[in-house]
Design a protein around this ligand. Structure first.
Ligand SMILES: C[S@@+](CC[C@H](N)C(=O)[O-])C[C@H]1O[C@@H](n2cnc3c(N)ncnc32)[C@H](O)[C@@H]1O
Length: 257
């Protein structure tokens, strides 16, 4: 990476850290409109958010993921980054995942939910998933098994995160490295306001697809809407969010960068 790019990346990482504490404030003081989303159920399910990215051979995202990970059935490991993951993983075929994890700034589950999650071998880490410490803790939890499925759909949780392409690519790559060969991940970017940044990210994703790396990426960028109201939360309605589905083949490289 060039020196100039590295400086920019460092700056945006620092910005992201500040914004994370803003997110935490928002979570604790206001709560989120959308929380603990389902895989298929609800208006903001993973299926609705990532619809259209997994082709037409599968009726929904659950079928798609379970089909992709068929060889790992009963043994798969799943992670939701930026969410507690309780409802998400409850909506897969029971026992499909051997163990699952949600990583969220706070653990908002009721005692009842915790008991149910415990029975399903679902765990929650209350962490900043973007910090080095948070990342290490996720790695530690995964151990040598790695993750077969990673989902990240923070919606308003990522408002105000940097849209610097170097920052976004390094975050995607960091998570990609946690994913096992044969695994699949669905990611939602923060709103990318800058047109040039959108083109750089789109170009990067296209170039991965075109290089015969045994990685298949489908993505969509939602349309720009005029920002409504004031402040960060309404900016989220401004569009420019990239939704990504990435399949990591058995011969895929260990790093995207
Ligand atoms: C709008 S909620 C979405 C929750 C869930 N993913 C869903 O789709 O229902 C935003 C979530 O992002 C999480 N979040 C925001 N910044 C985060 C960070 N730096 N690390 C981990 N989680 C974060 C919050 O804790 C919260 O759970």
């Amino acid at each position: 990476m060039q020196k100039e790019n590295f400086r920019k990346l460092k700056k945006s990482l620092i910005q992201a850290r500040n914004i994370t504490s803003g997110s935490l404030k928002r979570e604790v003081i206001h709560g989120w409109g959308i929380y603990n989303s389902g895989l298929l159920s609800g208006l903001h399910s993973f299926d609705k958010t990532f619809g259209g990215l997994y082709g037409e051979d599968h009726e929904n995202i659950k079928e798609y993921i379970e089909d992709r990970l068929a060889a790992k059935r009963d043994n798969a490991v799943g992670v939701e980054l930026g969410g507690i993951g309780s409802t998400l993983f409850k909506e897969f075929t029971p026992g499909f995942f051997k163990r699952t994890l949600g990583v969220s700034l706070t653990d908002s589950r009721s005692e009842e939910d915790k008991v149910l999650d415990y029975k399903n071998n679902h765990h929650v880490l209350a962490l900043d998933a973007f910090s080095s410490y948070g990342h290490r803790e996720v790695q530690k939890w995964l151990g040598h098994e790695g993750a077969d499925f990673i989902g990240e759909k923070m919606h308003a949780g990522s408002v105000g995160f940097s849209d610097n392409p170097d920052f976004l690519m390094s975050v995607i790559n960091r998570w990609y490295k946690l994913l096992n060969k044969g695994g699949v991940m669905f990611l939602e970017s923060p709103p990318i306001i800058d047109q040039k940044s959108k083109e750089v990210i789109g170009g990067w994703l296209d170039s991965i697809n075109n290089k015969n790396l045994d990685i298949k990426i489908t993505y969509k960028i939602n349309a720009d809407l005029k920002a409504r109201g004031q402040g960060g939360f309404s900016e989220y309605l401004g569009g420019g969010i990239v939704y990504i589905c990435l399949q990591k083949g058995m011969y895929a490289p260990d790093s995207l960068l």
